[in-house]
Structure formats: structure tokens, C-alpha cells
Write a protein that binds this ligand. Structure first.
Ligand SMILES: Nc1ncnc2c1ncn2[C@@H]1O[C@H](COP(=O)(O)OP(=O)(O)OP(=O)(O)O)[C@@H](O)[C@H]1O
Ligand SMILES: N[C@@H](CCO)C(=O)O
Length: 292
């Protein structure tokens, strides 16, 4: 048996829609695989009852198919589905690494990015790589048509998950189909600022660079209380706040030493809007890790 842990991830980071991704230190999915003649799947843990065990509908089934590596696959979910924390990607990335090891296929992590993205297509209809890339490689990743770039910054983060369900499919429907030149110029400037901030582990540059005039405002309307949560997090020491992935999680980048205060402020602000929430006080994490 081979067992792999793969982390939650936060895609977009505001200005990097479908491009930027960040691995979080926690939460994570744990996937175990054993050789079999045909693929079967068993799911336990957070939100397990909402996740299909049919290999054609589960992200790990698509990965087993893409690698031609049938197995009995057990997924222990630490990342709730439809959270905006790359739940489907965490399972896909863990399965890709585990099956590669089980069958001795020898793929690099970069080669496994498009394989795990096939799993994402099974969940949301599109093979986007912005969650699977950081889940496989760790740190901050930029996905482009010709490959993935990665750095490993040191940043304090809070991911606050409200008790609301937003599916990626629905959240993609509200994304504007065009934008103005002014918004394009602002977004490019912010994305560049964020990237420099990641290279320097600078929470102020990263926070500033997370501002996004196009996609995030459209999606914030799907998250009850998001405006109050952003204000409360900033007042408690966050340097930037955005919708994580397709939502509903809100991600805050924090000044060192303010993580606990930011987490409490975000939970209280959701509570003021009548929404229960859980906050993960976390940091930038590693990619999928094999257990001995
Ligand atoms: N192994 C899996 N883990 C989680 N969800 C899965 C898995 N396989 C299939 N799914 C399906 O994928 C959907 C959840 O994926 P979705 O992309 O909406 O959420 P997410 O991964 O938390 O969000 P995001 O991509 O915005 O970070 C659900 O419909 C779920 O049933
Ligand atoms: N980039 C994707 C991530 C969610 O899977 C989106 O925002 O729709």
C-alpha cells in the first residue's frame, strides 16, 4: 500500500484568475492506494457523503484512468468539498503521486500536473491546473500554457470557511466574459506586485497584489457577509483578503503575529452575518508528501 498526503490549496489569489495557486500547510487529504484489476473508491472524512465513489465521477478515478493504474483507492478527506480550498485537487494530486509510486512509473511532479488536472475535469468540467499545481509542487505556483513556475514563500495565512456551499461550476458562471483596458492594466500591475511579494515573502506586497477589480467582486456576491469579513480581517492585521478559489472560503494574508486575531475577527464577522464559520490558521505548505 502507498499513502500520500496532499494539501489544501488556494487558487487565483485575486489578481491571478486561473493562473496563481498557493499550497496551505493545512488542512489536507490523505489517499491510500493498493493494486487492483479495476479501480474502486472509498471516501471517508469531511463532506464524504457529498463525494461520488463512482470512478467516472471522482477526481481520483480520472487520475487512475489517465495513468492506466487501476487500484483500490481510499480517500480520507481533510478538505471539505465545494470549499474553495482545492478539495477535488487535493485528492487528485495525492492519487497521482501515490499511483505513480505504486506502479513505479517515474513521472516528475511537473509531469503529474496535467494528469491530476484530468481529475479536475471530472469534478468541474474543465481541466484547470491552478489547484493541482501547488498541491503537487508546494509553495506559490504560476501555471501557463508552457508549464509551471514555483517559489516557496514564508507567509502567515488564515483560511476562513463559512458554512455555505458554492460549487466551482456555479462560481464560474458569474465570471465576466470581457473586461475594460483600465481593469486589465490594474490587474496586470497587481499580479506583478503579488509575484514580487511571493519571491520576497513580503505580506504587504502580496496583500496589495491580491486586489482584483474583475472576478472577485462578481463572486463576493455569492458569499453572505464577505464584505464585513474582509473589513474585519484587515482591521485585525490582514494585509490582503480575497475569495479563495471559487469560494466560499475567504483567504487572508497576515502580518506576522496577527493570525489568531485575524481568524477570530473573520469568524465573528461571519457570525454577525448569520453564518457559522471555521478558520484554519495556516501558512504556505509543501506539495504532496509520501508516507513511509
Ligand atoms: N475526490 C474528490 N474530492 C472532493 N470533491 C470531489 C472529489 N471527486 C469529485 N468531487 C466533486 O467535486 C466537487 C467539488 O469540487 P469543487 O471544485 O467544486 O470544490 P473545491 O475543490 O473545494 O473548490 P475550488 O476548486 O474552488 O478550490 C463536488 O461536486 C464533489 O462531489
Ligand atoms: N481558478 C478556478 C479555481 C477553482 O477551481 C476558479 O476560480 O474557478
Amino acid at each position: 500500500m502507498v499513502t500520500v498526503r496532499a494539501p489544501a490549496t488556494s487558487a487565483n489569489l485575486g489578481s491571478g484568475f486561473d493562473t496563481f495557486g498557493l499550497a496551505l500547510d493545512r488542512p489536507a487529504d490523505i489517499v491510500s492506494v493498493e493494486r487492483a484489476h479495476r479501480t474502486t473508491i472509498e471516501v471517508t472524512g469531511a463532506g464524504a457523503r457529498y463525494i461520488p465513489e463512482d470512478p467516472e465521477k471522482n477526481t481520483v478515478g480520472a487520475v487512475a484512468e489517465a495513468l492506466d493504474a487501476p487500484a483500490h483507492i481510499h480517500i480520507d478527506k481533510g478538505v471539505r468539498p465545494a470549499s474553495g480550498l482545492g478539495s477535488s485537487a487535493a485528492s487528485a494530486a495525492a492519487a497521482a503521486v501515490a499511483l505513480d509510486e505504486l506502479y513505479g512509473l517515474g513521472h516528475t511532479r511537473e509531469e503529474l500536473v496535467p494528469v491530476a488536472a484530468e481529475g479536475e475535469a471530472a469534478a468541474s468540467g474543465e481541466a484547470h491546473s491552478d489547484n493541482v499545481a501547488p498541491a503537487l509542487l508546494g509553495g506559490f505556483t504560476v501555471v501557463a500554457d508552457d508549464g509551471v513556475t514555483q517559489v516557496s514563500p514564508d507567509l502567515s495565512l488564515v483560511a476562513c470557511l463559512p458554512d455555505i456551499v458554492v460549487s466551482t461550476r456555479d462560481a464560474r458562471q458569474v465570471v465576466p466574459t470581457s473586461t475594460s483596458m483600465d481593469d486589465l492594466v490594474e490587474t496586470v500591475g497587481n499580479a506583478a506586485t503579488l509575484t514580487v511579494g511571493m519571491c520576497r515573502s513580503d505580506p504587504h506586497l502580496v496583500g496589495r497584489g491580491m486586489d482584483d477589480p474583475v472576478v472577485t467582486p462578481a463572486r463576493a456576491d455569492l458569499i453572505t457577509g464577505s464584505e464585513g469579513v474582509e473589513g474585519a480581517a484587515r482591521a485585525a492585521g490582514a494585509t490582503g483578503v480575497t475569495v479563495s478559489g471559487a469560494g466560499p472560503t475567504m483567504l487572508a494574508v497576515c502580518e506576522p503575529g496577527t493570525r489568531r486575531a485575524v481568524a477570530m475577527a473573520m469568524i465573528d464577522a461571519f457570525d454577525d452575518a448569520g453564518v457559522d464559520a471555521t478558520a484554519f490558521q495556516t501558512s504556505v505548505g509543501e506539495g504532496a508528501t509520501l508516507y513511509d
